[in-house]
Design a protein around this ligand. Structure first.
Ligand code: KIV
Length: 308
């Protein structure tokens, strides 16, 4: 399903090679990951993408080796506490993408195009994508939709901006879809997603997100296009995976989607840490002497002792 993992252009080694160190471990020389490098990973080493919305999280994820940091419009829900992604503005997307870009030394930074920042016309789409790159420091943009937005994708690509597509469950269309429902169930529904993905590929998209569909539908799409597919709730048959950072770290507030594996329980750790902090502040055990600056007096005392 992934094709030949050792085929040229794919390969299983991270970009940049490695040098053996004295203790026998290999130190990776990482290079900044680009859209063409990601496109070349079709059928090769699976792509690991996560969302990030701020500098600190971006830096942690980047150092841990992710390939792509997506500044998703999911920020409307997980950062702003809204009930959908629809109210997110282009300015807000730029603000968060800039913060993430500052923390991304190696990972490729994708800025998500908010609802109504690209649907109106191809010209509007190019202008909004340009703003995400110029003001937001994005290295490529992602937008939701298939055949309907193919012309917009093509115009953005012709303006020199790489585009990642997004098909299946497209949360900006929640009202039209009748809720956050799994897509591509049944052959004709799967075929519609395949047609959307092919239209995006033909328009010049360098990768395509497949959201919330049965694994066989995602595998069918992956087979049908020559650019990498990146799945979320779409099974293992994609060329990569993406998760919302708060979901994978166990910090989700409210409903935890079935596909969102917790790789840690950071939410519980934060809860315990903050409880400990509150207790120590209240009982006076924090701050201790080791958390305090020395006075001039104690420094001159130290000097005197050194002379003796
Ligand atoms: O906005 C987002 O976080 C996304 C991912 C879930 C793919 O679009």
């Amino acid at each position: 399903m992934y094709g030949n993992r050792n085929a040229s252009g794919g390969g299983t080694r991270p970009a940049g090679g490695s040098t053996p160190t004295a203790d026998g471990t290999a130190r990776q020389h990482r290079r900044k990951i680009t859209a063409p490098a990601l496109q070349a990973r079709k059928g090769g080493q699976p792509i690991a993408m996560v969302t990030a919305y701020d500098y600190t999280m971006a830096r942690l994820m980047d150092r841990a080796g992710v390939d792509i940091l997506l500044v998703g419009d999911s920020l409307g829900m997980v950062v702003q506490g809204r009930s959908s992604t629809i109210p997110v503005t282009l300015e807000e997307a730029c603000y968060h993408t800039r913060a993430v870009a500052r923390g991304a030394e190696y990972a490729h930074v994708v800025g998500d195009m908010p609802f109504m920042s690209f649907q109106v016309s191809a010209t509007q789409a190019v202008q909004s994508a340009g703003k995400l790159v110029k003001d937001g420091m994005a290295e490529s943009v992602k937008l939701e939709g298939g055949e309907d937005v193919a012309e917009h994708v093509s115009r953005i690509v012709r303006a020199g901006i790489p585009v990642m597509g997004h098909v299946g469950l497209t949360p900006q269309s929640v009202h039209a879809l009748g809720g956050y429902r799994v897509q591509g169930k049944g052959q004709s529904a799967a075929e519609r997603i395949v047609a959307d993905a092919i239209a995006l590929e033909q328009a010049g998209a360098y990768a395509i997100v497949l959201e919330a569909m049965p694994p066989d539908a995602a595998a069918e799409v992956t087979e049908a296009v020559s650019v990498p597919t990146i799945g979320i709730g779409a099974g293992a048959g994609c060329d990569g995976q993406v998760l919302v950072c708060y979901d994978m770290l166990g910090m989700t507030v409210g409903h935890n989607p079935k596909f969102a594996k917790h790789f840690a329980e950071v939410g519980d750790q934060i809860h315990t840490a903050v409880q400990d902090y509150v207790r120590e502040v209240r009982d006076g055990s924090f701050p201790g002497p080791e958390h305090c600056y020395r006075t001039n007096e104690s420094r001159s005392e130290k000097k005197k002792l050194a002379v003796v």
